[in-house]
Design a protein around this ligand. Structure first.
Ligand code: NAD
Length: 294
């Protein structure tokens, strides 16, 4: 396929490189020249402009920072593509903007999908991302072979916006379960309970969850995780905060009660304020006492 790839950053660069390695004709574009050159070094052919990349493309993939940027790129490009081109946005953005992007694409005679990912930069490089996808069956069918290259799993969650909805619900739950895990292990410590013993119990009991079993925030306990690498990400706490804020926007727009999601957002806000970027979200275990008092 002829693929335009807009946004070649930490995630987009390796995703575009994997498509190109698999034999697709990929033309990439990023506003930042230095970042574009990094993708070129991994084999991605560069276009001189976003418009140039889109000309004659079968699929236009975007991997951009936020909803406003995605909408402005759609405004810029939708009129230039051939009718029926698939616009596939893999960015994590708010549900409302995703729905607006779908409406704009439909109006312009294009097919469209929202398909945010989980799996991080490691997953983008290894081609093992999970895609959560919203949009029509027709668009999904056309993009499926590309999901199979860039990822190991794609779930068609429903109509336009459903992918973004799935992503923020999952990540809100992940934040809550990570904080719950941190609370349990900190309490165990104060009760003089051995942390490995607690891991052995929880990981095979009703408290079992991904935050304990796979990504335990305690060094030396459970399978290797960022805790064993001084909390180097992994999944950066600032990205978790971005997703939590999107979940809280969606909750207020739909009048949904998310008291634990709101509290998790406030704790991660304080955590990111204190540490900035470059810290895994599981590191919150070390600051819970202080953050709770702040
Ligand atoms: P990034 O900042 O590294 O990449 C975004 C790129 O978009 C930048 O290189 C920027 O120059 C480019 N860009 C911005 N506006 C543009 C425009 N108008 N035209 C062309 N290029 C433009 O971010 P990232 O880490 O690659 O994340 C991309 C998206 O994926 C975000 O929505 C993020 O929330 C999501 N995400 C990231 C991760 C992760 O671990 N990094 C994991 C899951 C999802």
């Amino acid at each position: 396929m002829k693929i335009a790839f807009i946004g070649l950053g930490n995630m987009g660069g390796p995703m575009a490189a994997n498509l190109s390695t698999a034999g697709h004709e990929v033309l990439g574009f990023d506003l930042n020249q230095e970042i574009a050159q990094k993708a070129a070094a991994k084999g991605v052919q560069l276009a001189h402009s976003a418009e140039g990349a889109v000309e004659g493309a079968d699929v236009v993939i975007s991997m951009l920072p936020n909803g406003n940027i995605v909408l402005s790129v759609y405004k810029q490009l939708l009129g230039l593509a051939n009718k029926g081109t698939v616009f596939l946005d893999c960015s994590t953005i708010d549900v409302k903007s995703a729905e607006e992007a779908h409406a704009m694409a439909k109006e312009a005679g294009m097919l469209s999908l929202d398909a945010p990912v989980s799996g991080g930069v490691g997953g983008a490089e290894a081609g093992t991302l999970t895609f959560m996808v919203g949009g029509s069956d027709d668009a999904y069918g056309k993009a499926k072979p590309l999901f199979d290259i860039m990822g190991q799993k794609a779930v068609h969650c429903g109509a336009g916006g459903a992918g973004q909805a799935a992503k923020i619900c999952n990540n809100m739950l992940l934040a809550i379960s990570m904080i719950g895990t941190a609370e349990a292990f900190n309490l165990a410590d104060k009760l003089n309970l051995d942390k490995s013993a607690l891991f052995d119990v929880i990981s095979t009991s009703s408290g079992s969850c991904w935050s304990v079993n796979t990504y335990c925030p305690v060094p030396g306990v459970g399978p290797e995780s960022p805790a064993d690498r001084d909390y180097k990400p992994g999944f950066d706490a600032s990205l978790m905060l971005k997703d939590l804020k999107l979940s809280q926007d969606a909750a207020s727009q739909t009048d949904s009660a998310t008291p634990l999601g709101a509290h998790a957002t406030s704790l991660y806000e304080k955590y990111v304020e204190k540490h900035g970027v470059g810290h895994d979200f599981s590191g919150i275990i070390n600051d819970l006492d202080a953050l709770n008092k702040a």
